[in-house]
Design a protein around this ligand. Structure first.
Ligand code: WT7
Length: 648
């Protein structure tokens, strides 16, 4: 860990939205003293209410909290219409394609396109309030239009990341009982076309019976198969639509979107976010954490298929009325300077990415940032996993020229927006440390019974008061919702939200996230459930049992390592490893591919049959086994597995 502390750059701190720790504490103390009043003030200031709410926070049916009850609003109004008077000609979205093609979309143009798309969905496909719409899209502006068109109509979008397989897509369509899929023929990556529509076709052949129509945006114009009656070409239909589509008045607690994420069972969870609380916090964190100013151009490199893309490519930036950059390609193509050239060309003021991307950019082009004019950058952000000192130092010195604040933002799909993060004009930064809970967020490191964990020791990262943008439910599974998030920790006898992460508070009150405490692996800043990968591997005929653990990985942070017991040990071969990875790719997608596989005669199990994963984690890391192995059914298995892993 770097021991140095980095104070805010005084030159910019003086004009920052939250310019000092005093200003931070003023806000946070207000929240502590008058929680409802704190949120009321911001809700009144930030949201254009179509009808007033009657209560800030309703805790009567905890943990099914309700915010701003009976208020009416519309998120697409919040992100578009209400800006038109002052920002019609300001860029809302700047799009850069893989091949360098650039398109500027003003707020006025965004309004036209979203209205047309909403009319198309409404008039051609009968999409209405409450319907589920699955998006399986590349990173093109139409993905944002589709999201906003859904919110305009009150339909619930569920975006499935384009890297997921047809089986994963089908599961998500079926769980949500979606009515329509919006996709594209494909897009471009590294100068070449890639395809998405064929994955949708495959997903729909074996199930997903709720789907009535597929709307296809033509992006790369490659040949695709077409099912008459079901498939519809966006490009042919959109021009005829009117660009006036009145927005629905939505209730504060009406569902806004679903987003599936991994948990500790094999089945992904459909995280439900609702309307008012989500958009309020998306806008507030956008403004505070990125110290948003006039003429800023914000670039978040995530994909819209993840929560980061939802909140900080589309909803946060547009609700805050800034300009957001959307990029189709990869930051290292056609060369390792691509990202920095884009920062220069588009006058990027805030750059937000994941440690895994920083490590990749560092490795492939250590000196590349120096070749470009990055002087407009004020803030650099990271998200998704702890950032290691090595990556931090390069990001700060070489990319930020030792002038930019680095905001290490800690949050989750379930939290909707940032929870713990430095404020660039206020917080003295300790590298690798998410620092303090944002104003309004009551975050505590505690034991299961609610007692505070002593300073310097690892405890459980809990958010002990409900907050507006919190997950409201797991789609179709309220019991799992209660158990997964409110089942582990109690404070003063009341269930509190547990993130699943461990954390530590130091003597200065700084929070450091120490990683997941459950069987979830963090691959390239994305959550991957071990049970999900195991279920996929299990699909291969040769496999008897399997256990998957995380393994440190130079670029990805964590990789996936599988210990597999075969039905017939003689089947073990390199070809079988390839075949097993193929099954994973088909069941989940390339993000879940194993970085290593070991065929072992048995797994370390307790006498009651529980697999001791901690031992498996230690073995693959090459650590000495310090755990007590005497409770194992067969303690001798540990040395045998160690031998096999060492050899492989
Ligand atoms: C998990 C959430 C939030 C968008 C990206 C991932 C880990 C996230 C940090 C950070 C250390 C972090 C946690 C968390 N995580 N940000 N700044 N420092 N760890 O979203 O897939 O919902 O994953 O990512 O383990 O629980 P997600």
């Amino acid at each position: 860990m770097l021991k140095e502390i980095f104070k805010p750059n005084p030159e910019f701190a003086k004009d920052a939205l939250i310019p000092s720790m005093d200003a931070y504490w003023k806000l946070q103390n207000k929240a502590i003293e008058d929680y409802d009043g704190f949120w009321k003030d911001f809700a009144d200031e930030k949201i254009e209410w179509l009808a007033p709410y009657d209560k800030v926070l309703d805790e009567s049916d905890a943990p099914f909290y309700k915010w701003f009850t009976n208020g009416k609003l519309n998120v697409s109004n919040q992100c578009i219409d209400r800006h038109l008077e002052t920002k019609a000609n300001q860029n809302a979205i700047i799009f850069e394609g893989d091949k360098g093609d650039v398109e500027h979309i003003t707020y006025a143009q965004l309004s036209q396109r979203v209205n047309k798309m909403a009319n198309l969905l409404k008039n051609e496909f009968g999409v209405k309030k409450g319907d589920r719409v699955v998006l399986y899209m590349p990173m093109i502006p139409e993905a944002a239009y589709a999201m906003l068109a859904c919110t305009r109509l009150g339909a619930i979008h569920s975006i499935v990341f384009g890297g997921f397989s047809s089986a994963a897509l089908r599961d998500r369509i079926e769980d949500a009982e979606a009515k329509i899929v919006i996709t594209a023929d494909g897009a471009f990556r590294k100068g070449k076309p890639y395809m998405l529509k064929n994955v949708v076709d495959e997903a729909l052949t074996k199930g997903a019976k709720s789907i009535e129509a597929v709307l296809v945006v033509k992006r790369n114009f490659e040949e695709i198969t077409w099912k008459e009656g079901r498939d519809h070409a966006y490009n042919d239909l959109i021009d005829a639509q009117s660009d006036v589509c009145p927005f629905e008045a939505m209730d504060s607690e009406d569902p806004l979107f679903l987003l599936y994420t991994s948990g500790s069972t094999g089945k992904p969870k459909g995280v439900l976010h609702t309307t008012a609380g989500y958009i309020l916090w998306a806008q507030m964190t956008m403004e505070w954490v990125f110290d948003l100013r006039k003429n800023d151009v914000f670039w978040c490199t995530a994909d819209v298929g993840w929560i980061t893309g939802h909140t900080y490519i589309v909803y946060g930036p547009l609700a805050a009325g800034t300009t957001t950059l959307m990029f189709e390609g990869v930051p290292t193509y056609p060369d390792a300077g691509r990202a920095w050239k884009m920062v220069q060309d588009h006058n990027i003021t805030q750059f937000y990415t994941a440690p895994t991307a920083i490590r990749l950019l560092h490795k492939t082009g250590e000196d590349e940032p120096k070749k470009y004019d990055l002087s407009k950058l004020r803030i650099l952000g990271t998200v998704g996993e702890p950032i290691d000192p090595h990556a931090w130092k390069w990001y700060y010195e070489t990319v930020g020229n030792s002038k930019c604040a680095i905001v290490d933002t800690y949050w989750q799909t379930e939290t909707g927006g940032h929870m713990i993060s430095p404020l660039p004009g206020a917080t003295a930064i300790k590298p690798g440390c998410a620092t303090f809970a944002l104003p309004g967020i009551i975050a505590e490191v505690i034991e299961e019974d609610g007692t505070p964990t002593p300073v310097g020791e690892k405890g459980l990262m809990c958010i002990t008061r409900p907050w507006p943008s919190m997950i409201r439910n797991i789609w179709g599974d309220p019991e799992r919702f209660k158990k997964a998030y409110f089942g582990d920790c109690k404070k003063e006898g009341k269930a509190v939200y547990f993130t699943g992460d461990g954390a530590m508070i130091d003597e200065d009150g700084y929070l450091t996230i120490t990683g997941r405490t459950d069987d979830v692996i963090n691959v390239s800043g994305h959550r991957m459930g071990t049970a999900e990968v195991e279920a996929a591997i299990d699909e291969h005929n040769a496999v008897a049992t399997v256990a998957v653990v995380g393994v440190p990985h130079e670029i990805k942070g964590e990789g996936i390592f599988a210990y597999i017991v075969l039905k017939n040990p003689e089947d073990a071969s390199e070809e079988l490893k390839v075949a097993i990875n193929k099954v994973i790719k088909a069941e989940i997608g390339a993000i879940a591919l194993c970085d290593g596989i070991a065929f072992v005669p048995d797994l370390p199990k307790t006498r009651s049959g529980k697999i001791m994963r901690r031992i498996l984690r230690s073995i693959v890391k090459g650590e000495e086994i310090t755990q007590d192995t005497s409770t194992l059914e067969d303690p001798s298995i540990v040395a045998i597995i160690e031998g096999i892993v060492k050899e492989s």
